[in-house]
Write a protein that binds this ligand. Structure first.
Ligand code: CU
Length: 128
């Protein structure tokens, strides 16, 4: 019986040491991030330095098709083009924002009544 208990202790001890592998985050968070939830885009505006890529994260349960203003042409800031359709849980970055200007954007599935604010699915990137 004593030998059985000893074997059991060795078995338990050897199992406990196997989960010490360090985990490194493969996707470091972008400080310039717009988050989409059921209450809309947050924040509504970000000021970023030249050359920045801005991340869009869809934490809503619905899809959102993020596009540059104006609707429906989407030709103000083509750096927004890589973002596009984000299904729930998806995230994607813009291209490098290299021109100092303000890029308005919106959810093409929930288009704004005009290019102005007043819609929960609109926002602005101020590049300087
Ligand atoms: Cu649109």
């Amino acid at each position: 019986m004593a030998i059985f208990v000893l074997l059991l202790l060795i078995l338990v001890a050897s199992c406990g040491g196997s989960n010490s592998t360090p985990t490194t985050p493969t996707n470091p968070s972008n400080p310039y991030t717009f988050t989409l939830t059921s209450t809309g885009v947050s924040p509504k505006e970000l000021t970023v330095p030249l050359g920045t890529r801005v991340l869009f994260v869809n934490n809503d349960s619905r899809r959102h098709d993020m596009a540059s203003d104006p609707h429906p042409e989407h030709d103000l800031c083509h750096e927004m083009d890589p973002v596009g359709l984000l299904n729930p849980g998806e995230r994607r970055e813009t291209a490098n924002l290299v021109l100092p200007r303000t890029c308005g954007f919106h959810d093409h599935d929930n288009p704004p009544p005009s290019t102005e604010a007043g819609n929960m699915w609109t926002g602005r990137i101020v590049i300087r």
